[in-house]
Design a protein around this ligand. Structure first.
Ligand code: ADP
Length: 262
């Protein structure tokens, strides 16, 4: 590996996994899962061994983003542990593999926590330099407990440029600070849209908000990811842009983020 994550040197506590990096957001729909998947694949493209844990138990979208269906196999005859699924050279585990898609996740906090602990500790992970954890959106008790109980090396916060999303991102920062998890930085998603016909840049949700806010609160700004139809289409079809379009602008942008995380 090229080095250690910039911040946080605690071991992960999970056999075989060196570092756990959470990807979080103050609210849903800002592109947290999309960022988590493409960041994981970008870390992989830097030559690291990478695993992904879908901790978004209320709306697990990692199976779909990776184009994975089916169930994980037991790793031994006793069936005590599961083998992670594998795609694009990355090991993947999600509650979405274990429950049918249309099951409503009306779980209470303690059940969510035990499901997550199970996913994390009862999976026979291989060796990984870094595991990217797609956190549930928001900054409630589940998120706080998860951040507290999982030995995270650091957290990446995803936000859109909108003020409201930023206020929520700030909550996310405070949550991680409260439990002494270093915040690696903020990624601004849906930053702008470049018109495919005229080439003009449209700042649909405003611009610069996340960068300014990051500077103001003293957290690194990791980059801007523009809105792009190809990102959405490839996410929907389980062919994330970083894995399938090595020369795309977005692939380069996600790699820039990955270099700052590692
Ligand atoms: P979250 O995990 O925060 O709920 P998702 O990653 O599921 O958000 O993204 C929400 C929707 O926005 C998805 O349809 C996804 O494909 C789309 N999306 C996310 N980021 C981008 C982007 N940069 N450009 C275009 N679509 C995006």
């Amino acid at each position: 590996p090229p080095g250690q994550p910039q911040q946080g040197q605690r071991g992960s506590g999970i056999p075989g996994i060196k570092h756990l990096v959470a990807v979080a957001s103050g609210k849903g729909g800002v592109g947290k899962s999309t960022t988590a998947v493409n960041l994981a694949l970008a870390l992989k493209s830097l030559g690291l061994k990478v695993a992904v844990l879908d901790a978004d138990v209320y709306g697990p979208s990692i199976p779909k983003l990776f184009g994975l269906t089916g169930k994980p196999e037991p790793s031994d005859a006793a069936g005590k542990k599961m083998k992670p699924m594998k795609r694009y050279g990355v090991e993947v585990m999600s509650i979405g593999f274990l429950v049918p898609e249309d099951t409503p996740m009306i779980w209470r906090g303690p059940m969510v926590m035990s499901a997550l602990t199970q996913l994390l500790r009862e999976t026979e992970w291989g060796e990984a330099d870094v595991m990217v954890i797609d956190m549930p959106p928001g900054t409630g008790d589940v998120q706080l407990t998860l951040a507290q109980q999982t030995p995270l090396s650091g957290a990446v916060i995803v936000s859109t440029p909108q003020d409201l999303a930023l206020i929520d991102a700030r909550k996310g920062l405070n949550m991680f600070r409260k439990v002494n998890v270093p915040v690696i930085g903020i990624v601004e998603n849906m930053s702008y849209f470049t018109c495919t016909k005229c080439g003009e840049r449209h700042e649909i949700f405003g611009h610069g908000g996340a960068k300014e806010e990051a500077g103001r609160i003293g957290v690194p700004f990791l980059g801007e990811i523009p809105l792009d139809k190809e990102v959405r289409l490839r996410s929907d079809s389980g062919e994330p842009i970083v894995a399938t379009q090595p020369d795309a602008l977005h692939t380069a942008l996600y790699r820039d983020v990955a270099r700052q995380v590692w």
